[in-house]
Design a protein around this ligand. Structure first.
Ligand SMILES: [Zn+2]
Ligand SMILES: [Zn+2]
Length: 184
């Protein structure tokens, strides 16, 4: 199961949550290390004086190649995920991502511990978890809900290369012949 962890650079528990979820064999997208050798996006890569930008400069720099590449990397991972976990405290970016995920129908969990700021719109989330044990049990529930091919592990969101369809509750069209051979 693919999990998109939405959080902030300033969040100190994000690395622990990513490690915890990877320990459970979840495929986790970490915006701080989206790919090996890539340490995530920083405005300073575009301009060391980014904090002084005027609105027009910001608008222009938002279309900078570095910004676009990073945006598409995050968006692809978000589109691809089965579950989104919003790890608080975090800012605008992570909240937009979680909002997008909820709108796209992806189960979304808000994880919060200390210094909470009550927010009405958090009612949009499927679950609110306040400890890691609870987070893991909700993720396990969601994992069981995903329809998965018993042979290749493909899902509705992640079909076989070239596409496949369900021929049984837990068997996809690409795997019918494989499974018949297994039965011999
Ligand atoms: Zn299959
Ligand atoms: Zn398949």
């Amino acid at each position: 199961m693919k999990i998109y962890v939405a959080s902030s650079w300033r969040n100190t528990i994000q690395p622990k949550i990513v490690a915890l979820l990877r320990d459970q064999d979840y495929e986790v997208y970490d915006f701080k290390n989206p790919k090996p050798g890539n340490t995530g996006f920083h405005w300073s890569e575009i301009d060391p004086n980014w904090k002084q930008w005027t609105p027009d400069q910001f608008k222009m720099n938002l279309k900078h190649e570095i910004a676009l590449n990073s945006f598409y990397s995050d968006m692809r991972a978000l589109e691809d995920c089965n579950v989104c976990v919003l790890v608080l405290p975090c800012g605008r970016s992570a909240h937009l991502e979680a909002g997008w995920a909820i709108g796209a129908g992806k189960p979304t969990i808000i994880f919060l511990q200390d210094n909470i700021e009550p927010e009405l719109m958090y009612l949009m989330a499927m679950f609110i978890c306040t400890d890691t044990q609870d987070l893991l049990s909700k993720l396990a529930e969601l994992k069981n809900d995903i329809r998965r091919c018993r042979v290749c592990g493909c899902t509705d969101d992640n079909a076989c290369l070239g596409g496949c369809y369900w021929v049984e509750e837990d068997l996809c069209s690409k795997c019918v012949s494989v499974s018949e051979r297994d039965d011999d």
